[in-house]
Design a protein around this ligand. Structure first.
Ligand code: GLU
Length: 476
């Protein structure tokens, strides 16, 4: 049997983090077993489905590196087939037309409310002669669900879950306007798409029971099911925006690398011993449904940041610079006037400086910020700490500009020698010279190694920045 999984998002909003994880689990399971992952856009809710959401979902999956097999299936386009299946159930006596009016349903709801139980359609048209149908009322088609016994879902994550059939009413398959319900559409599509494993959030667990009844009525095999506990916030409450329930594209704008988010997501609810870091191949090799936990995973931004830092340090420098450039159009505000692409020459400088820069940053946004000194425009704006460092130490820089100007073979090593000699000559510690110098050259109190900074900036830019800041400095 070839494993076929599917990711079946409703395009009513962006690809949120929980959807990203569901997609990843489906993708991994398919890859693990040499199978396929299909993508089905469940766009039957015409009011709430939008093209923008479809685009965001496809884009989010692509960015996460999760590809699917074959063409995207759009559920709405299959409405004719859904109708046909509902009618076949009708013909076999496994479904029936129900003419209950809105008012009758309202009364049932009211009674249920009074009795403190959920609405349960009472089956009033189940065995009634259709000849009694009121004129001019368009019926819905309901499943003739079993009234006795149990419906069982042998879930790969939740274990055996049992429903008493008397608690499940005759669900609607086809609405009075002829459109299929979600419950019917999912079953027909999963069957027609030969889906062998349904892996999705456990908010669909009750649906699994109802869908099982539809499968049974149709005489179709029920796919294997795995219902994954939802993601909660660090405080244990259901995940909200405040906790990080953002769209996948928001993580991109916040400066996370897709491989870091993938690694983070795989560990949200699934574990493999105490391993935290997984390459994509390692995830594929180790992934299974049995190791998905039964309790909700907790979202933890600090962990995501640490993983991101790890993957940034590992990443190829050119790729990181490209990722920074790709991020430019997404930045909230362009306070550094970077524009949408790097100006000529900056890319090379960033690549040269990257080994030092990437050691500290946790996100691409931080990385870009820490590279401020490379793209800062003269005269540099010094932040508060830098301004005070320079004010304290500017006298110790007197005369250093001329000494640096005399360097002919500009390199980290040659400028280091000059700065050290200068410090010695004025009887200061290296740091007492290096700190104000750093402030003048980078506008910040911290930066990668000062001499590397000077080497990457080059002699001309270093000298210009230095003279901008110390032109009026009195001699020490
Ligand atoms: N379209 C449903 C959702 O977005 C998922 C349905 C399913 O996986 O069966 O929640």
């Amino acid at each position: 049997m070839t494993v076929v999984t599917r990711f079946a998002p409703s395009p009513t909003g962006f690809l949120h983090i929980g959807g990203g994880r569901t997609a990843l689990f489906n993708w991994l399971y398919a890859k693990r077993h040499g199978g396929k992952m299909l993508l089905r856009i469940e766009d039957t809710d015409r009011e709430r489905s939008t093209d923008a959401a479809i685009a965001a979902i496809l884009d989010g999956l692509q960015w996460l590196g999760l590809d699917w097999d074959g063409d995207v299936v759009y559920q709405f386009s299959r409405a004719g087939r859904h109708r046909e299946v509902a009618e076949s159930l009708l013909a076999q006596g496994r479904a029936y037309r129900c003419y209950a009016s809105q008012q009758e349903l309202e009364e049932m709801r009211e009674t249920a409310r009074k009795e403190g139980r959920p609405l349960r359609y009472d089956g009033r048209w189940r065995d009634r002669d259709p000849a009694e149908a009121p004129a001019g009322v368009k019926p819905v088609i309901r499943l003739k669900a079993p009234t006795e016994g149990e419906t069982v879902v042998e879930d790969e994550v939740q274990g055996r879950v049992v429903w008493q059939n008397k608690d499940l009413d005759d669900l609607v398959l086809l609405r009075s306007d002829g459109t299929p319900t979600y419950m019917l559409a999912v079953v027909v599509d999963d069957h027609d798409m030969n889906v062998t494993h349904v892996i999705r959030g456990d908010d669909h667990l009750t649906n699994a029971a109802r869908q099982t009844q539809i499968y049974q009525a149709l005489g179709w095999d029920v796919p294997k099911m795995a219902h994954i506990p939802l993601i909660h916030g660090p405080d244990g409450a259901k995940l909200s925006k405040r906790h990080g329930a953002l769209g996948v594209e928001a993580y991109r704008s916040l400066g996370y690398l897709p491989e870091a988010l993938r690694n983070y997501l795989v560990r949200l609810g699934w574990s493999h011993g105490d391993q935290e870091i997984f390459s994509t191949q390692e995830m594929i090799d180790a992934f299974d449904l049995g190791s998905i936990g039964r309790s909700p995973a907790r979202f933890d931004f600090a962990k995501l940041e640490n993983l991101n830092g790890h993957y940034m340090r590992q990443a190829d420098d050119e790729r990181l610079v490209q990722a920074l450039e790709d991020l430019l159009p997404e930045l909230d505000k362009d306070e550094h006037h970077l524009g949408r692409t790097f100006r000529p020459g900056l890319r090379e400088k960033l690549i040269a400086a990257m080994p030092g820069l990437k050691e500290r940053a946790k996100t691409l946004v931080e990385l870009l910020d820490s590279a401020y000194y490379l793209y800062a425009q003269r005269p540099l704006h010094l932040d508060e700490k830098a301004a005070s460092l320079l004010a304290d130490g500017v006298t110790r820089l007197a005369g250093i500009a001329d000494k640096l100007d005399a360097v002919t073979d500009w390199s980290a090593r040659s400028v280091e020698a000059v700065v050290r000699e200068h410090a010695e000559a004025i009887g200061a510690k290296l740091g007492q010279v290096a700190q104000p110098l750093r402030a003048a050259l980078t506008g910040r109190a911290t930066s990668p190694g000062l001499f590397d900074v000077m080497a990457v900036l080059g002699k001309d830019e270093t000298m210009l920045r230095l003279r901008d800041q110390i032109k009026d400095a009195p001699a020490a």
